[in-house]
Design a protein around this ligand. Structure first.
Ligand code: COA
Length: 303
């Protein structure tokens, strides 16, 4: 049985569907796309690095014989024209867009005192503006798919978008004001979209991953010496798997998600309920501020 998606899903549920994904070269989003492709979808992933985008796409395509997976590089989500061109390539080569995963994001640890104007703006540009740009560039095609699938049970699902946020949106988080602000905005985009376009058949939802093991995010944003404490602080007593996020995605895009719109699915083992926003690993507030800051870059901004 595949270790990247649950065996509970029926094979072929996404036959003839197309998913467009930003951040698709990263561990979590490539796992989501891999799951959808294994269940029948074709896909287009975009990233900044062309070689990486191509090699991740080639790897995902091996999941299902006959699948088509495009890996488009040189696409920064901050650049509307580049994203729009990638969307058009996807539509031309794969025939449309039924699902969108808005996953591209960047983050680093830096307390307010060390964060320059430009550093704050950079994360807002990538996480928030990048999500906005992706949504705007794909919306016309999502609406076409929504129209094709509206009220129909026989031709599957379509016209669905999922934004990848973070459970940090629920609380302030030391050394992550930039990401907290950006993800709060991302959640707002999804929430308003879910109101404005649901009458046309589109659904918009959020997946907020908690601590997911073996990801760049966990390596960059948590202290490896406190890993055991981090695990103990998750109610289900383990870190998340990429598969956990992939299954949530299949759930929302599949027939199982038909009446779910404007929701935020926390996939975190319940950990946000335990952890205080001021804590970092097992370092209690206020020592946590310096602990998180020392994991980030040695830098204090003047602005
Ligand atoms: N701590 C504090 N400030 C930082 C920082 C850090 N770790 N990393 C970048 N910055 C600041 C830079 O100093 C700069 O501000 P300045 O002009 O005042 O010096 C600003 O952010 C922009 O940085 P720059 O590197 O020029 O921007 P970029 O657009 O080329 O790349 C990132 C920005 C975030 C994409 C890049 O740092 C990166 O690739 N990060 C790793 C990928 C990532 O975040 N993956 C997500 C997993 S959590």
């Amino acid at each position: 049985m595949a270790n990247f998606v649950s065996g509970a899903w029926k094979s072929g549920i996404f036959d003839n569907k197309v998913v467009f994904c930003t951040g698709g070269t990263g561990t979590i989003c490539s796992g989501q796309v891999r799951a959808l492709v294994s269940l029948g979808a074709n896909a287009c992933i975009i990233g900044r690095n062309a070689e990486k985008a191509q090699s991740v796409a080639t790897g995902i395509a091996k999941e299902r014989c006959g699948s088509k997976v495009l890996g488009l590089g040189g696409v920064d989500v901050r650049d509307f024209d580049k994203v729009k061109a990638a969307v058009e390539t996807c539509v031309r080569e794969l025939g449309g867009i039924d699902f969108v995963i808005v996953g591209a994001a960047a983050n680093f640890l830096a307390p307010i005192s060390a964060l320059s104007l430009n550093a704050f703006r950079t994360i807002i540009d990538i996480d928030l503006m990048g999500s906005w740009i992706t949504m705007k560039a794909t919306l016309p095609y999502l609406l076409r798919s929504a129209e094709r699938h509206k009220g129909s049970v026989s031709n599957g699902t379509g016209g669905r978008i999922v934004f990848i946020s973070s459970t940090n949106y629920r609380s302030a988080r030391v050394a992550q004001v930039h990401a907290c602000a950006a993800k709060a905005g991302v959640n707002a985009i999804s929430d308003v979209l879910s109101l404005e376009h649901a009458p046309q058949g589109l659904t918009s939802n959020i997946i907020a991953p908690g601590p997911i093991g073996d990801t760049e995010g966990l390596r960059r944003l948590s202290d490896p010496t406190l890993r055991e404490d981090a695990i103990r602080s998750v109610p289900v007593q383990r870190l998340g798997l990429v598969k956990d996020i992939a299954d949530a995605t299949v759930f929302l895009f599949g027939d199982t998600g038909n009446f779910i719109n404007g929701a935020c699915l926390d996939v975190d083992g319940g950990s946000w309920r335990v952890r205080g926003g001021g804590q970092f690993g097992n370092r209690k507030y206020p020592e946590s501020i310096n602990s998180a800051a020392s994991m980030g870059r040695e830098k204090t901004s003047r602005l």
